[in-house]
Design a protein around this ligand. Structure first.
Ligand code: FES
Length: 641
């Protein structure tokens, strides 16, 4: 005897195909849960009607009150009938004749009006006999095949790994749901005890089109899910598709939520054809402790690790000082706001850690000498130091690949950081992506994460291919490496099927521009997206644009005006004028500072990390929206702030 799992849900369905009633405790008799499927709707010939033919049945709820039964549905009121004094009515359910009881004209009229078909309500009476066909001597309600249906929440969880839109257990209309078992463990159960009742596990439940119907609306899923998936994963050698197990009670008794399940006997599971479905990549689950959201927010981080990755490339590992896990999407960035000499400069860095390891967050920073935050991080930040940060932010993440499972990741310099985050996540979650990762570096000493990438490639031999180009070093001894700058010809040699891949490109402007043009040439039909990210621009590394002269900005909502001379940004002008405007990355990436220019000319500021202004939609651009942090006013301007 093996201790097994426990009961997590109990449902009965008073009306066949009608809405369920949830229970905490249930009396079990020879027909299953007391009251289950004791009513069914029949047509004029007495044949049963189910939600397969009339999905409006899903909407009918049942209420019992002493000797009365009430059927009700939203928008159509209710009907009540007494259960005593009903007259016999011959009905037929799946070929078996049964003498049921007729619930009367009022119930028939209400149902006919709601279901838009002439019908009557049949009630199973004490003398109505419907034999159980699975074993001799048993008695059946109006359920299809067996007195009860058992399902396993782990089995549904397993199925949902393959569905773009997970389905709830309600689709399968179980009576008993079990928790804490292995997925599909129920296939091998022969006899179980739950609470006071012993059950024969009579075999798997073959599924039909009804599981595709949303019980709330009755509308069938256009993609025929989850039936299509069951056809790929749960098809028996006999051609039927199976989910859940039928139960036949061996004795009367009570079962309660939380009752454990003992497996008394095992059996050989029904033989299934090998599964062919591919799991759907899932984004990280929001963590309850963090409020369950990837929405950006400000938090304090403590540095708990510093690791040298390559020459002038260092990883800084942080935890949140409030103890919360940090939820983000692989490829997103975070804005660091350290206090340096009484100022709080900001700079955005792509997160290099994977959200599959949520208890720390890392950024990997290439040192830019001559001041700025990257220089400060390398020279000043120590273990235990704290700084403020805002994020996560950004649209350059794995989910942006949509349905495409073949990826080309192209990076140069510290543009490797979003790629390592995505690769770590793909490996940790065993997602079915096929990735070609190509990195461009000056020398082999400048390649970050080289050892880890080799390990990942060994672990995903058919799914991760690595290649390199070195612009100022010999490539002898470095496998899959070419010398010189990456260009279209090299790219087509290294990745000839680029047209069949979503491309992620991250690196300096020139690198991304080359990659964009090469993609346009090599994948002219533009089937899969080309996604690009500029990593944060260090203020100290930006060459200032020429001065502009006199300018003024009128903030029309606030009724304030500010003027000055020389190069500024709308954000700087707003701050100087005391006009409130949120900002996060201050590099033209995150979109937090979007505002609408009503009048006047502008140009991109030197800190604009994305010349395409990808944080704004096409409509926003057309209607005058700009990113205040990286937009420089020219002359007189009016802004709707
Ligand atoms: S603050 Fe991020 S785009 Fe301006």
């Amino acid at each position: 005897m093996t201790a097994a799992t426990c009961v997590s849900a109990l449902h009965f369905y008073p009306l066949k195909s009608g809405a369920p009633v949830d229970l905490r405790s249930a009396r079990i008799g020879n027909e299953g849960l007391k009251g289950d499927r004791q009513m069914m709707v029949v047509d004029e010939a007495g044949k049963c009607i189910t939600a397969r033919a009339n999905p409006r049945l899903f909407s009918i709820h049942t209420v019992f009150d002493l000797n009365e039964t009430t059927l009700l549905a939203d928008g159509v009121g209710h009907v009540t009938f007494r259960r005593d004094g009903l007259t016999p009515m011959p009905v037929n359910i799946w070929g078996t004749d049964v003498v049921a009881l007729d619930a009367g004209d009022e119930a028939a009229d209400w149902l006919s009006a709601h279901l838009k078909v002439s019908c009557r309500l049949a009630v199973k009476g004490e003398r109505s006999h419907r034999p159980l066909t699975l074993t001799p001597g048993g008695e059946m309600s109006f359920a299809d095949t067996a007195p009860l249906l058992l399902t396993n929440s782990a089995s549904l969880e397993d199925l949902n790994r393959y569905l773009e839109e997970p389905v709830p257990m309600r689709r399968f209309r179980p009576n008993l749901v079990m928790d804490d078992a292995e997925a599909f463990a129920e296939d091998g159960w022969g006899r179980i005890r739950v609470g006071e009742v012993e059950f024969i596990v009579a075999g798997p439940c073959d599924r039909c089109i009804m599981v595709t119907q949303d019980p709330a609306t009755g509308v069938p899923a256009k993609n025929v899910e989850p039936l299509a998936l069951l056809g790929k994963q749960r098809r028996g050698d006999d051609g039927n598709v199976y989910f859940g197990q039928f139960l036949i009670p061996c004795n009367d008794g009570r079962i309660n939520l939380g009752d454990s399940v003992e497996v008394l006997e095992r059996k050989t599971p029904v033989s299934l054809t090998p599964g062919t479905a591919v799991p759907v990549p899932r984004l990280p689950s929001p963590t309850a402790k963090d409020g369950g959201s990837t929405a950006p927010r400000e938090r304090e981080l403590r540095c708990v690790g510093i690791v040298d990755e390559a020459r002038d490339l260092r990883t800084f590992r942080f935890v949140s000082t409030d103890g919360a896990a940090i939820t983000y999407l692989p490829g997103q960035f975070i804005t660091l706001m350290p206090e340096i000499d009484g100022e709080t400069p900001r700079r955005s860095f792509t997160i290099s850690s994977s959200p599959s390891r949520p208890h720390h967050i890392s950024v990997t920073v290439r040192r830019t000498r001559g001041g700025g935050i990257s220089d400060w991080l390398h020279s000043e930040l120590k273990l235990g130091d704290t700084l403020r940060a805002y994020g996560p932010l950004g649209r350059f993440h794995l989910a942006a690949a949509n349905d495409c499972r073949r990826l080309l990741m192209l990076s140069a310099g510290s543009g490797i950081t979003p790629m390592i985050s995505m690769l770590r996540f793909i490996a940790d979650a065993d997602l079915p992506y096929v990735v070609h990762f190509h990195h461009s570096a000056r020398t082999r000493d400048d390649i970050g994460f080289a050892d880890e990438l080799s390990v990942l490639a060994r672990h995903m031999p058919d799914r991760l291919k690595l290649s390199w180009n070195l612009t100022a070093d010999a490539v002898e001894g470095l496998p899959k490496a070419e010398a010189g700058r990456l260009d279209g010809a090299m790219l087509s040699r290294l990745c000839p099927d680029i047209a069949n891949r979503t491309v992620f490109a991250c690196g300096p402007d020139g690198f991304r521009q080359m990659a964009r043009q090469a993609h346009g040439t090599l994948a002219p039909s533009g089937g899969w997206p080309f996604l690009e990210e500029a990593f944060g621009i260090d203020a100290a590394s930006v060459e200032a644009l020429p001065e502009i002269g006199e300018w003024s900005v009128e903030f029309t909502t606030a009724g304030r005006m500010i003027s000055g001379h020389g190069t500024t940004t709308i954000l700087a002008a707003a701050r100087e004028a005391g006009v409130e405007l949120n900002a996060a990355c201050e590099a033209g990436i995150c979109g937090t500072c979007r505002c609408r220019v009503e009048e006047g000319e502008w140009r991109l500021a030197a800190n604009a990390a994305d010349p395409e202004r990808g944080a704004l939609s096409a409509t926003e651009k057309e209607t005058g929206y700009v990113l205040a942090c990286s937009t420089t006013p020219i002359g007189n301007m009016k802004v709707a702030l």
